[in-house]
Design a protein around this ligand. Sequence first.
Ligand code: FAD
Ligand code: NAI
Length: 465
Amino acid sequence: MTKYDVAIIGSGPGGYVAAIRCAQLGMKTAIIEKYSTLGGTCLNVGCIPSKALLDSSEHFHTADKKFKEHGIDIEAPKVNFEQMISRKAGVVEQTTKGIQFLMDKNKIDVYEGLGSFEGEHILRIKGEEEQKIEAKNIIIATGSKPIELPFAKFDKERIISSTEALELKEVPKHLIVIGGGVIGLELGSVYARLGAEVTVLEYLDQIIPSFDAAMGKELMKSMKKLGVKFNLSHKVTSVTREGNEVTVKAENKKGEEVSFEGDYCLVSVGRKPYTEGLNVEAAGVQLNEKKQVEVNAHLQTSKAHIYAIGDVVRGAMLAHKAEDEGTLVAELLAGQKPHIDYNLIPNVVYTWPEVASVGKTEEQLKEEKVAYKSGQFPMRALGRARASMDIEGVIKVLADEKTDEILGVHMIGARAADMIAEAVVAMEFRASAEDIARISHAHPTYTEAVREAAMAATENRPIHI
Ligand code: FAD
Ligand code: NAI
């Protein structure tokens, strides 16, 4: 039986990053993946394919709706959906092969097959043949799966999860989306831009509920312009399919039953930790009531040499959070003293305009009774935004009332996904709003809006409004 310093189960952004960092730190490392391609949810059916389709559909939408005003006359563009899906598949293939290359480069042994515990240090791998390996330390990085509603079982054809929504053979005529969270709005945007009617049913009275409430309101305004219809405070009660038609029934705020008919229904109501087939009991590893692998602050499970990271443990289900945890465990194993500040993990929605956020929301600060000041700057007041016709959105900087330390930054606007990095760096170094206000920002850029919002927060002295 081959012996390893560390064996990792799952090759998503948590697992593969942990493997590379362990190998870099001199550990003999194995990674086990049940699918034939590496990269997990993120690279195969998550972050990367969704962004490929978001980019393609946004190009189409720009050509169709904005070229004319820019002074570019073209014949009405048409969607070649087969090519769009095939380009996306190419991007995924290239990216997952890149992970295989990194495994080889770092001399990490890759096992294809379902990994499960035989004991505290022994893992069984059920692939084409059955193998066993022994490891001093083990990292569980098995990720998550879509939540299925009891009355809306995925048939994977018309009642679908994000995985099928990334692989459709046609643009839906009417896509009904259950859940106004990140997946529903990103994939809803893709199909709305490509010409589908899109109707979102959300249980709560706001969309993207984990973000600062102002962001959801702004995003809803933008997406309504795209034609997306929103039904908030709707409790879905049934989903039925007849042939190619799907009927979704829900109870509205007044308690009345309302009915929606479409040809596809995307169920995007969250994801759940994935531990099926792992046989954690054999190692004495405990799950909590949410079926997450229970971990302490060092990401150790109930067995000190078995760690768990990423979507399968508590916290945000984000690729970069999983990556950071993978790095943290590798460095702990090497005797280092790494640290993650979970408050400073940015969160992004890749709609257009994009939404990005870090730190505390206004609602959280109110709840925690923190005295804060808020500065805002609208994108439409920026020269850069007017030049590109991307004038939707706003940036909000929240700072401590007394010390001016930045407590949260929330933005919706063009390139917010990239701009949030400035706020993360600033907060990591515990900058004040005045620090950002005094830093030179290139003109004309979208980042000037971050500076102006910081100016508004620090002394209520933005220059351009
Ligand atoms: P995963 O990526 O889920 O990987 C787990 C791996 O473990 C899988 O490959 C699985 O096959 C394997 N596995 C499970 N059990 C076993 C076993 N017993 N034996 C062997 N292998 C096993 N996050 C972002 O930060 N940005 C985004 O833009 C973004 N977009 C997303 C879009 C969509 C449509 C979806 C669904 C998710 C998106 N996410 C995004 C979330 C992101 O994909 C996850 O947070 C991330 O993949 C979690 O990484 P992980 O390593 O914990 O698990
Ligand atoms: P989500 O948690 O973002 O949103 C789910 C939404 O569904 C919520 O608004 C919730 O109130 C609503 N909901 C729950 N039950 C409902 C019901 N019965 N009827 C109507 N609405 C209901 O989950 P989502 O969109 O499925 O995404 C899962 C996770 O994947 C996200 O939490 C995120 O961490 C990750 N992800 C990240 C992305 C990014 O970083 N850009 C992109 C896509 C996914």
